[in-house]
Design a protein around this ligand. Sequence first.
Ligand code: NOJ
Ligand code: CA
Length: 528
Amino acid sequence: MSPMWWQTGTIYQIYPRSFQDSNGDGIGDLEGIRQRLDYLAWLGVDAIWISPVYPSPMHDFGYDVTDYCGIDPIFGSLESFDRLIEEAHQKQLKIILDFVPNHTSIEHPWFKASRRSRADPKRDWYIWRDAAPDGGPPNNWISNFGGSTWAWDAGSGQYYYHAYLAEQPDLNWRTPDVRAAMHEVLRFWLRRGVDGFRVDVIWHLMKDAAFRDNPRNPDWTTDAPEIDRLLQTYSTDQPEVHEVIAGMRLVLEEFDGQVLIGEIYLPVERLVTYYGTNLMGAHLPFNFQLLNAAWTAPHIAELIVRYEGALPQGGWPNWVLSNHDRPRIAARVGPAQARVAAMLLLTLRGTPTLYYGDELGIGHVEIAPDRIRDPWAKREPGLGVGRDPSRTPMQWDASAFAGFSTHEPWLPLTPDYEARNVAVMSKDKTSILCLIRSLLHYRRGHAPLSQGGWHLLSRESDILAYERRNGDDRIVVVLNFTADPQAWSGPLSTKARIALSTYGDRRGDFVGPAVSLRPNEGLLIEQA
Ligand code: NOJ
Ligand code: CA
């Protein structure tokens, strides 16, 4: 069977507020994305996942939805969406939407009805509970953004549950009408031509039926976010969730088997259960292990081996290096290792997800206190949990506001944006942008990388080496995780040649029996 596009292709995540502004309000929009489709085709990605663009009061920047079947005027309209999807498809680019089924906005008409009275037909669409005997919240659960997960509604005299902000009440997925309504939402977008969904916090959808208290986390320290004070034993990852996901999957199967991606932060052994019974769960349960991994060759080798070993038969792997919720890769490992990381991401087995701006090597962007926008950063200041540094505008050229907008952008640019932008870096063959573009095109043209097997060759203390093989075609990847020169002797043929170095040179060089690596160098080697 030939592989699906979402297996061989690369996904590119766009945070729509920050990609391209088309109307001069300092906020990115759908028309802006449309204008940049040629860039994405040039870069060599296959699909774009767009973070939420639905109508929203933006308490959590779109992850608080008031209408699942609309587009917020900040981002455009259904017409601009249709135009985007049509042009993307003309350019062979797929569009993946962000589906946010765990919670709505507090302003969603469903919630407004639900809170009106205990007798309202929509009361059970959300999670309402009586106060504890002392008048306090029904249990000890903690919101992901700090504080109790329960908000008191004086009007109807009960608490409602919110895993995130109080402005984001959780839907009750035990209510059949909720499932039916949300399935209709999926069909609405599938009929409009979307190629799949990334499902927000999919492991949260079902909570313990008895709402038992979560146990304490013995490892919590006061410098960690409050959510980590408890283990999420009863609030997430409940067995019933798999049936809910299978229900979504069946809706997709009514169409052409569009891709279902699940956002899941769980240990590998739990994560892989989200492929579902008979693989009828998520096609791609997002694999976030690289987001927090200690950046050493033995550790990365170990996690790849464990992940490969944990995958169910037929389950397709995937890898994520950065996203809009975590520090960017270059902020975590520095600019030199960010290139090694890019080679790792784009040569592992499974679908890679690349985060916009990482191709420019954007690192940590300092956000002045008066420019902080992230609600989590505002609620838990001083812990470094703020997500604004990873959401700054894409940098297109050296003009004012980096070609992102004609107006001061909603978040700052990097101080070095005049050099760190697409126009400048696309002309520099040694830039990380050209490296990532070369990797993407190489991956697309070489079946060992896009669909071949993975085999560990070395996990010496400083070097990670592995082989990708498809039939007789073999490609070896050697990554130097240190800032020192290294030598590596591996099972290379005498005719083995370098196809790509993270430095952008050495192409076509024979490597000989011992490969020499410069500091922070990664090499892609073709076995002959
Ligand atoms: C996960 C999203 O990625 C994050 O940005 C958001 O704040 C929460 N889910 C709540 O929807
Ligand atoms: Ca705009």
